[in-house]
Design a protein around this ligand. Sequence first.
Ligand SMILES: Cc1ncc(COP(=O)(O)O)c(C=O)c1O
Length: 460
Amino acid sequence: MRKYVDLIRHTFYFDGEDFAVQNGELYFHGVQLAPIVEQYGTPLRFTYLPKISQNIQKAKSLFASAMQKVGYEGKYNYCYCTKSSHFSFVVEEAIKNQIGLETSSAFDLEIIMALHRKGLIDKNQTILHNGYKDPTYTAAIRQILHSGFQNSIPILDHTSEIEAYEGAPLTQIGLRLATDEEPHMQFYTSRLGIPLKELLAFYEQRLKNQSTIKLKLLHFFVNAGIKDTVHFWSELNKIVYTYCELRKICPDLSILDIGGGFPIKDSLGFQYDYEYMTDSIVKNIKQVCDEHNVPVPDIYTEFGSFTVGESGGIIFSVLEKKQQNDKELWYMLDGSLITHLPDVWGMNQKFIMLAVNNWENDYHHVHLGGRTCDSMDYYTSEKHIAKIMLPKSDSKQYIGFFNTGAYQESLGGYGGIQHCLIPAARHVIIDRDSQGEIHHHLFRDQQNSAEMLKILGYAQ
Ligand SMILES: Cc1ncc(COP(=O)(O)O)c(C=O)c1O
C-alpha cells in the first residue's frame, strides 16, 4: 500500500518543529489537531499564538547577530504592520515582545487607543503611520499626537500631506520613497510614496528650515518582498544612497525603515536563508554609509506576514467525494477557497495543504472544491507539483491549510456578506501556558444567518 504518510515523508523533510505525524494524525507545533476539530467543528480557523512571539524573537536575534558581525552601531526596531491581522489576540501577543506598531488607516488608530485604554501600551509606544492618507486618517493622527503619543511618526506618502498636520504637536516625520516595481508589473513606479526626484528638493524647500518638525525616518517598501533578487538589492541600494545624501544635510535623520516582506513558509519545500538575507541587508547598509562617511541609521522593519502568517490555519471537512469523470475526483469542502482563503483565488497563492487525519491510508489524486457556485472556487495544485494527493478514506476526512494567518480575513471580509452567503468560519485560539501545557478556546463561533440578514436589511 502507498501510504500518505510515506508520500509526504519521501517528498519533503518532514517532522520538523512545525509539523509531525503520530498514529496517522497531524500535529502542528506539537498540537494534535483532530481532537480540536472534533470539539469545535469545521470549517475551523485557528491561531497558534506562541508562533507570533517566536517569529518576532527570531527576527530580533537575526538582526542583532547581523549587526554584531559587522560592528553596526545602530539599533534594530521590530514593528508589526497591523493590517496583516488586526485581531486583538494577535496584536496583544505581538506587543508582549517590545515592538513598535505600524498603522494603515484611521480605524487602526482606534485600535491604538483601545490598547492604551487597556494599559497594554503607553504614550512612548513607537507608532508609524504609513499609507496613503485620507482626511479621516490624518485627523486621527492629529488626535493621537494631541493626546501625547510622542513617538508617533507620520510617514508622508506625498509631499502635501504635511499640510494636514498644521497646528498639531508634530515633532518628527518620515518620508516614504516610491520604489520602482518589478519588470512584469503594468507600471514602473509605485503609486505609494514620494518620487526620488522630489524627495531631496522637498526636504530643502519645506523641512530644512523648520524649527519644530524633524525629519527622522526614511522608508520604502518593496512590494515583491525581501528576496535575493537584483530588483530587491537595487531598490535597497537606492534607498540607502538616498539616506546618505539626505543624512549629509539632515542631521536629525536616524531611521531607515525597510518595510515588510520577510517571506513565510508556503510549501513544505520552502527554502529561504533568513540569516544570509539579514546579514546582507545590514552589511550593505553599513558599507554604503561608510563609503559616504555618514553614521548608520537605526533599522526598522514592518513585518506583517512574517509576524502572524505562520501562526494560523484553517481546517475543512470533506463533505462528499464526487467522481466527475474517469480521472477527476473532487473532494467537496464545507468551506470556500474564495471566501475563506481569498489569496488562493485572487493571487493564485499556495499554502501548505495537508490531511489532518488518515495518514496511514493509501493516497490518490484529487481536486479540492469549495462550496460556492463559482467555477473558480477550487484548489488543484501545490507549489511544487501541479496536482494534489490526499488520503483515500471512507471515514471523516479533515483537510488543513496552514500558515494562513495573514491577510485572509481582512481580504475575505470577516462577519460580513460573502459569496453565496458562506459564513465566516469559527475561530479557535490555541496557546501554551508557562508550563508548556496547551490550552484552546473559541474566540468566535461560525457566523450566523441573523447577522447576515441584518446587514442585508431583512432584519433590524
Ligand atoms: C507599507 C507596508 N509595510 C509593511 C507591509 C507588510 O508586508 P508583509 O506582510 O509582506 O510583511 C505592507 C504590506 O502591504 C505595507 O504596505
